[in-house]
Design a protein. Sequence first.
Length: 427
Amino acid sequence: MRRVLKFGGTSIVDGERIRNAAECVKRLTDAGDQVVVVVSAQGNETNTLLEAAYDVANSSGDSQDIYRIALLGEEKSARLMCAALKAQNVSAVPFIPTDRDTWPIIIDSDDLSPIAASKINEERSITLRSEKTAQRFRQHVAKHLRVGTVPVVAGFFGLSSTDQLVTLGRGGTDITAFIVGRYIGADEVIIVTDVEGVLSGDPRLTSIKPRLIKELSVEDLEAMGGAGSRVVHPRALRFKTEEVRARIVDYKHLTDLATSGTTILGASQSSIMANSRKLSFVTLVGTNFSRQTGLLAEVVDRLAAANIVVNSLVSCDRFIVIYLEDRFGEEAYKVLHNLVSERRDTFQNITIKGGIGEIRLRSSSFIDEPGVLAEITGLLSSKRINILETVTTLSDIYVYVAWEDLKEAKDSLSIMVDVSPTLFQDA
């Protein structure tokens, strides 16, 4: 079996944890597995290096100089891991982006600005040069795997087509791991972190211990990422293939690697869907909605008592907009008008608009692609189609238009998910 093991900064923060990681790799190689290790900088080292760089450069400096200084964290981790593996009698070789002759991952970015001293995980738009990368993996990495040597790859940075250092931005080391997995034909990518996997909730915020979710789809995890979960950043999941299994495990469970953690299945898929059911939306207008406890619950409870199903709901300080099937529209209006009449201190008005069409666009490329909403607006504007409302998450965008415009709007917007993104580009 071919595996990629990515060790986050916490999992290799000191000598003991690096030795434990090396022992885990040894167990796998002794069992006949071919393994590539991907490493982050230890602990908070990247921040420390950036603070030092900006201190001596008076908060400015050449971006390549800043990259080279920040990369020292990952380089140190890679060389320490190689030393630990060799101490276990496991042959290992480091791969560092500054070793231009052997570095395998070629990625270009339009953004080569310095990394912000206090924001090392900022978003960066990147394009993977698939042909060059595949060639370099065949030439420089595959030969080590064939003879049982463990390549140890520094994460978070890449090399551009013009031999410039490039940062992969938020989720960068996870991105490195999935790219490595893609080009070595890995059976499994294991993300070793400081949590036992994906949990049903944040243990710091709940009184009941959250349960471990043993299995998730990429789409599920992208949705969680869009809602704030950061176990694996959604940007990294764009690089996962359908064939490779991914798992998230706790560094404390390296001895029971086969049974611990959360398994992630599938691949990131772009899609566009038009809801086959006509919708209405009912709008409640008032003041200070966001300061009133239980107001949304009261609205939803009234509808539930009337057996009215809510499709979605959007609220702010002055508006509550309820989307529901057109057949529920008039009844929902009547039910909620009673609430408006009873709560004159809160609600001023209620309106209804029927004949609404809903389109859902889904693409992981939306995560870090600027101007997506502007592109949607421009495409529909060119067809003289009015947008009634949009609702967005990190990877999903819902667009609401008049029902009679639904088909044309979907056809116009299909280009945004049908055209292959520049994420994987031959050069």
